[in-house]
Write a protein that binds this ligand. Structure first.
Ligand SMILES: [Zn+2]
Length: 352
């Protein structure tokens, strides 16, 4: 991020001591676009744009999945012209990545500042007809997109939303200015720089050695149980956050923990989900549910969890009024964490 780094790299590129990997050159290219507004504008010319309307991405439905169409700069300029918008609106776009061939990808929200909401929704319908797609709520479509598009659109959604919520400096109240790539906003009056942020969330799968602890919040769909989750408090390390969350939510003390993986989750306001396995202290098995946080929590056997992992939705109500026990979908990091635990347990207990 430092200025020194940027300069050193530019100097070095003249000499080209060694061939940089595709990943490194791509990363350096994106860095350049974030730091240099003119370079970013040049990248628009060969770039591809993903379109949104009020944070809903433009998608096309194909059989059981959604596709996210890309548009070139000239297509976008034509569209803006047709709907009476200034082509300067392109400056509101945000950089969300690039291809290995350095085609930069951007996202732009076409929401109109129309005084009448009837006009705005009419124009949205006209745009959808013109673009042969529909502006679809990302929450509904996320699991029906391929992994690349799901990740790009999540980033775009989070970044567009962040800009929309940070238009003013929190110290001076003055309007802040976005850089061309959208990697920061600056207050012109006091020069404060605002960077897009994610809130760290720990997601912990607690085990007592043979069973695992799963819980549900009242907001979960009926029957679904997941790992414990909670925001890190300010000043806490990851380890401290896991220990506190487990104590707070189920009244147990963690003895050891192991990091597993992390995932960005855009809703409701960009979290970095940090997934961990935790083992409770010996003899700590009596759960005391904190009902302000959870609706229920229980220990589940390897067999019960392995069966639930294999179960496929939709999960209809049984005749006795109960719902079957099921787990978060594959793309969710909680699913991966639970799957990892099942694999580890099955490996270590040959009887299972
Ligand atoms: Zn300010």
């Amino acid at each position: 991020m430092s200025l020194y780094c940027g300069i050193a790299w530019r100097r070095k590129s003249f000499w080209c001591y060694r061939l940089l990997s595709t990943y490194v050159t791509k990363t350096r290219y994106l860095f350049e676009l974030k730091e240099d507004d003119d370079a970013c504008k040049i990248a628009w010319r060969t770039g591809a744009f993903y379109l949104f309307h009020s944070l809903a991405p433009l998608l096309q439905k194909s059989e059981h999945q959604y596709l996210a169409p890309q548009h070139s700069l000239s297509e976008l300029e034509r569209l803006l012209g047709k709907f009476g918008q200034d082509t300067q609106r392109i400056e509101d776009s945000v950089l969300i990545g690039c291809s290995e061939q350095h085609q930069a990808w951007f996202a732009l929200d076409l929401r109109l500042n129309s005084p009448s909401s009837i006009n705005a929704s009419l124009q949205k319908l006209e745009m959808e007809a013109e673009l042969k797609g529909s502006f679809t709520e990302l929450r509904k479509a996320l699991f029906k997109l391929n992994i690349k598009d799901a990740s790009l659109l999540s980033t775009a959604w989070a970044l567009l939303r962040w800009h929309d919520n940070h238009k003013f400096c929190s110290r001076s109240g003055q309007p802040t200015k976005k850089n061309m790539a959208g990697s920061k906003r600056v207050c012109p009056s006091n020069k404060i720089i605002y960077y897009p942020q994610m809130a760290p969330v720990v997601i912990t799968l607690v085990s007592d050695g043979t069973r695992c602890l799963l819980a549900r919040q009242s907001s979960f769909p009926e029957g679904m149980y997941s790992a414990l989750a909670g925001f890190c408090d300010i000043g806490e390390s990851l380890e401290e956050a896991v220990r506190r969350e487990v104590a707070e939510e189920v009244g147990l003390e963690v003895e050891s923990l192991q990091y597993s993986a992390s995932q960005h989750w855009p809703f409701p306001s960009s979290s970095l989900m940090i997934a961990c396995h935790a083992v409770v202290k010996p003899g700590q098995t009596e759960i005391q549910v904190n009902t302000r946080e959870l609706e229920a929590a229980a220990w589940f056997s390897l067999d019960e969890v392995a069966t639930a992992l294999r179960r496929k939705g939709p999960y209809a109500q049984e005749q006795d009024g109960t719902f079957p026990f099921w787990l978060p979908p594959k793309l969710a990091i909680a699913h991966q964490l639970i799957k990892e635990w099942v694999e580890k347990q099955s490996f270590s207990s040959p009887s299972a």
